[in-house]
Design a protein around this ligand. Structure first.
Ligand code: 13P
Length: 249
């Protein structure tokens, strides 16, 4: 049985103060939730304040990226070991916004993933096609390339520390979500990839989140699909009411 995982990706929203105020409210409303994992991913600057506000909480803290090295001359970056020291449990890798604006590649995601795992942290690895790729009939090819690149030399034993997020780029921040059936079809394709590369048990065990315009209005139908195990939520994770409704779908 795969435990549902709902994560809020706050992107470059909320200052440290706003973030810690926000999670105090969240914590109050979600403190009795036991049957699903809840993760919030603030900007890295806000992480210490959020971890502090969430002591003894059932809400875990994630980061939005983490470098492939633990230290070095990499101006502007933060490493998984540094994030771990301040209490981070999950690191999001390969988000389409990083691919689009920050030169993220599958090869880099793969190197980052190895370092996240080396540090004993968990990763949320994002994949997804653009509208152009989907319309050109290249969706499966694009996902296969992304997955192959991201999972190069990742061992079977590491899969328990990895969550995959399927985020169709055309559904992010657009209000246009994939239909539950459309999303499930892709999740099944991703699960088959894991089955081919690893084995059927690993494919059945790995959790695959859907991301892209998830809202309180569509979460139930999405989570009702057999291969959707959670959500990576952007806009709707920034308000307590909508995020709590999504977590408690
Ligand atoms: P929205 O929920 O705002 O579409 O963003 C999705 C996303 O990018 C989560 O990582």
């Amino acid at each position: 049985m795969r435990k549902p995982i709902i994560a809020g990706n706050w992107k470059m929203y909320k200052t440290a103060k706003e973030s810690s105020d926000f999670v105090k409210q969240l914590q109050e409303k979600l403190k009795n939730v036991q049957d699903r994992e809840i993760v919030v991913c603030p900007v890295s600057l806000a992480i210490p304040a959020v971890v502090d506000a969430l002591q003894f909480s059932n809400i875990q803290v994630g980061a939005q990226d983490g470098h492939w090295e633990n230290e070095g001359a990499f101006t502007g970056n933060v490493s998984p070991s540094m994030l771990k020291e301040v209490g981070v449990k999950y690191i999001v890798l390969g988000h389409s916004e990083r691919r689009q604006y920050d030169g993220e590649t599958d090869e880099r995601v793969n190197r980052k993933l190895k370092n996240v795992l080396k540090n004993g942290l968990r990763a949320i690895v994002c994949v997804g096609e653009t509208l152009q790729e989907r319309e050109a009939g290249k969706m499966e090819q694009v996902l296969e390339t992304q997955l192959t690149g991201c999972f190069t030399d990742i061992g079977l034993g590491d899969l328990t520390s990895i969550v995959i997020a399927y985020e169709p780029v055309w559904a992010i921040g657009t209000g246009k979500n994939a239909t539950p059936e459309q999303a499930n079809e892709v999740h099944l394709f991703i699960r088959k990839f894991i089955e081919k590369k690893y084995n059927v048990e690993a494919a059945q065990a790995i959790r695959i989140q859907y991301g892209g315009s998830v809202k309180p209005e569509n979460i139930k139908q999405l989570m009702g699909q057999p291969d959707i195990d959670g959500a990576l939520v952007g806009g709707a994770s920034l308000k307590t009411d909508s995020f709590c409704a999504i977590v408690q779908f």
